[in-house]
Ligand binder design. Structure first.
Ligand code: D9A
Length: 415
């Protein structure tokens, strides 16, 4: 469906989308004047889009530390992902990366597009890193060291068992959770979260990405890199790539549902982690990606489209999540709603139906027991448009004219 059709079907997306657009516009205007910080924030905006908006809402000190942490991790990822680098070159770079961030002269060219720019200009990230407080630097260094070593370990190792899968996800995402918890603690805004809960925050996000990105990863040129554990997919097919062929669609969806059931294991830890946060900006920073993940999981469950293209939450729903996530009652509400949606999609004949349903029940029980449900607006019950389509179209046209007007004015500098 085209974007006009989507908006007409979901007229209450318009206002959050508009607010998001305005917020993005303001962030674009607030690039710091120093060249190294300017580069870092522009780069952050290019590589993470909506997530960079949420980072921008953190206080200045923590925001700078998170921005640098994010870019260092992206650079490490760029090295790991570049299949054109031979393993004997790649492994020492990954293992020593934590030292390179202190070295303004270090440089290694790899990656493509924005990531190539990030690698070529990495000295600007180093310069900014050296201006952070010592406790922030130590947290970033420690995580970079452990992540680089973990990535190096998996360069020549396949993800065979579910334990391997959890270990790999720990290196690339769980450690990000641990690192952020350290940064929050260093900022004195939060207590130090237990490592196991911080780890789960990363695992839930990463497993959701791995599930959603099946097709993109398998079609990777020159060589596909796969993260679905053999222990799970071998129950359904002989080769992981067989999941994308039409004749295996029943098995593919069963395997997908098995992967989702595995990811649901982390949800209760995530809810516990978020419920302990105190600072409103840190809370939103953590909660928005988690709600997006449970929404994506609900969308992907039992959905053959995962093997045919990209399954993503519509932009208007993302905008609504960003607009409406303010407190723990919003988080319980969203997790409750999306798990209701998930529950409706479970079919009795799915081999893991019982396990899936019991994990959904456990999540819903946690949400109910919080006593915070019913104090929120639902994502599920789409408010039926009471006005007629003519009125909606009129609003839409007026809004388009207004946006067109704003964007023509943009290049003129008033200062
Ligand atoms: C995160 Cl500093 C990530 N990852 C994310 C984004 O959220 C986490 C990478 C670097 C950093 C943070 C994140 C956010 C808040 C709290 C967290 C946390 O822990 C306490 O990490 C665990 O996905 C990447 C990993 C999963 C590998 C950790 C959210 C994000 N969203 C994308 C959307 C998308 O589709 O990927 O990046 C975006 O908005 O562009």
């Amino acid at each position: 469906m085209g974007s006009l059709g989507t908006v007409l079907k979901h007229p209450d997306d318009i206002y959050p989308l508009f607010k998001l657009k305005m917020a993005a516009r303001n962030v674009g205007k607030q690039i710091p004047p120093e060249p190294h910080w300017g580069f870092c924030y522009k780069m952050l905006h290019k590589v993470s889009r909506s997530f960079s908006l949420v980072i921008q809402q953190l206080g200045p000190e923590l925001r700078n530390a998170v921005c640098i942490f994010y870019l260092v991790l992206r650079a490490l990822d760029t090295v790991e992902d570049d299949t054109s680098i031979a393993s004997d070159i790649k492994v020492p770079i990954l293992k020593n990366f934590h030292q390179h961030i202190y070295d303004g002269d270090w440089h290694f060219s790899c990656g493509t597009k924005d990531y190539k720019v990030l690698m070529d200009q990495f000295h600007l990230v180093s310069t900014a890193f050296l201006e952070l407080g010592r406790s922030y630097q130590e947290a970033i260094e420690d995580i970079t060291k452990r992540m680089g070593a973990g990535m190096a370990k998996f360069i020549c190792k396949e993800v065979e068992t579910v334990d391997d899968y959890d270990e790999y996800c720990h290196y690339v995402a769980g450690l990000v959770g641990l690192g952020l918890s350290k940064l929050f603690y260093a900022s004195k805004l939060e207590d130090l979260a237990p490592d196991s809960l911080s780890n789960s925050m990363g695992l839930f996000l990463q497993k959701t990405n791995i599930i959603r990105d099946y097709l993109e990863d398998i079609n990777e040129i020159p060589k596909s890199r796969m993260f679905w554990p053999r222990q799970i997919w071998s129950k359904y097919v002989n080769k992981l790539e067989d999941l994308k062929y039409d004749e295996n669609s029943i098995k593919a969806v069963e395997c997908l549902n098995d992967m989702i059931t595995n990811a649901l294991l982390h949800v209760e830890d995530c809810l516990k982690y978020m419920s302990a946060l105190r600072d409103p900006a840190v809370f939103r920073f953590c909660a928005i990606p988690q709600i997006m993940a449970i929404g994506t999981i609900a969308l992907c469950y039992n959905n053959i489209e995962v093997f045919k293209g990209v399954v993503k939450m519509r932009r208007g729903l993302t905008a609504k999540v960003i607009d409406r996530t303010k407190s723990m009652s919003d988080v319980y509400g969203a997790f409750f709603d999306f798990s209701c949606l998930l529950k409706m999609k479970v079919e009795k004949n799915d081999p893991n139906a019982t396990k899936t349903l019991s994990r959904i029940e456990a999540i819903q029980k946690t949400c109910r027991n919080s006593g915070l449900l019913n104090k929120r607006s639902s994502y599920m019950v789409e408010s039926k448009p009471s006005y007629n389509s003519v009125a909606i179209i009129a609003v839409f046209i007026l809004l388009s004219i207004f946006l067109a007007f704003l964007s023509t004015k943009q290049p003129i500098h008033s200062d």
